[in-house]
Design a protein around this ligand. Structure first.
Ligand code: NAP
Length: 326
């Protein structure tokens, strides 16, 4: 029934990093299904990216209840690909999902109540056709719900076997400390926005995670595509910025493009594309478990995975890059 046979050499080149002080290792490059895996997207393209990623040793796919559009449809896409291709490899995969942002109308379809998190997880499992996810995240902190309640929902997800590990996302340092204090199972991982253009996590969060033995996975490491050659010649009609959403045309300013051009030159000197250098730069942190990329085509997945071939930076390179980013 399953025509797809995974590449027998899929573990040859990928680097795996231990996720904090846990037993779990993640690929240095993971694939997220936020964009380009929804009901509005071409299913065969989404399927091809997932298959190619797995063939290259990308064992971790990241989702959330609301990814699409429409919300929920990225989980359905993953469910279809599991059924068609990847189900025989379920034990080789780490699949995560989250709840925290708007998902259904009314007071129980967002933020961090026990009511929302646990019913959302049940819905996610149904859409993906899975018995369990590997990681279940609180997608964002909820100022209106006691931390103990949100964490008890993650705990129950783990104790019920519907999730193997618990994670948090978008929590600042203080919220992270409070979450870890309130959570009675280990906090496996923190998912944060981090790239050359978004460096807030350097102000204490990355250090705190290392001290606590919590893994770190950086989302939007390419700043949604800005940190690549995608926009060097204008805004391509098939790009995320052209489609308008979380990355807008007006986000791509002249000053940023100047930085991108200068960074692109350094990448060239390193024998990498800018996207590859941007990923390597995030992975330079000890304690950074994985970069969580997005992609709109198979070639981007391939190029991003190949970033792991050169993760080293000289002090001179880092100095030049800092000067550009100032
Ligand atoms: N926890 C959270 O709150 C949160 C928030 C955001 C994202 N995330 C997670 O992080 C994942 C990644 O986020 P993201 O999609 O913003 O990441 P990203 O890697 O910064 O951006 C991905 C986009 O960059 C472009 N791209 C990728 N590889 C490229 C290459 N080699 N050369 C040129 N352009 C390339 C593509 O843009 P085009 O589409 O224009 O081709 C692609 O869609 C999401 O899927 C999701 O799982 C989590």
């Amino acid at each position: 029934m399953h025509e797809y046979l995974a590449n027998p050499g899929r573990y040859a080149d990928m680097t795996y990093r231990r996720c904090g002080r846990s037993g779990l290792q993640l690929p240095a490059v993971s694939l997220g299904l936020w964009h380009n895996f929804g009901g509005i997207d071409r299913f065969e393209n989404s399927r091809a990216m997932l298959r190619r990623a797995f063939d290259l040793g990308v064992t971790h796919f990241d989702l959330a209840n609301n990814y699409g559009p429409p919300p929920g449809s990225a989980e359905e896409t993953l469910g279809r690909v599991m059924k068609l291709d990847l189900a025989p490899y379920r034990d080789e995969l780490v699949i995560s999902t989250k709840a925290g942002y708007d998902m259904w109308p009314g007071p129980y379809g967002n933020f961090g109540s026990r009511k929302y998190l646990l019913s959302s997880l049940d819905q996610s499992l149904k859409r993906m056709g899975l018995d369990y996810v590997d990681i279940f995240y609180s997608h964002r902190p909820d100022p209106g719900t006691p931390m103990e309640e949100t964490m008890s929902a993650l705990e129950q997800a783990v104790h019920s076997g519907k999730a193997l590990y618990a994670g948090i996302s978008n929590y600042n340092v203080e919220q992270t400390r409070a979450a870890v204090g309130a959570l009675n199972v280990p906090c496996l991982i923190h998912q944060m926005k981090y790239s050359m253009f978004r460096r807030a996590s350097e102000d204490g969060l990355l250090d705190a995670l290392r001290t606590e033995g919590i893994g770190a996975i950086a989302f939007s490491p390419l700043a949604q595509g800005l940190l690549s050659d995608r926009y060097l010649g204008g805004i391509p009609s098939d790009s995320r910025a052209a489609r308008g959403g979380f990355l807008k045309r007006e986000d791509i300013g002249e000053q940023q493009l100047r930085q991108v051009r200068a960074l692109n030159e350094i990448a060239g000197e390193r024998g990498q594309t800018l996207a590859q250098m941007a990923l390597a730069w995030v992975l330079r942190h000890e304690g950074m478990t994985s970069v969580l990329i997005g992609a709109s085509r198979v070639e981007q997945v391939e190029q991003c995975v190949a970033a792991t071939a050169n993760l080293r930076f000289s002090d001179e390179e880092l100095g030049k890059m800092e000067a550009i980013l100032k």
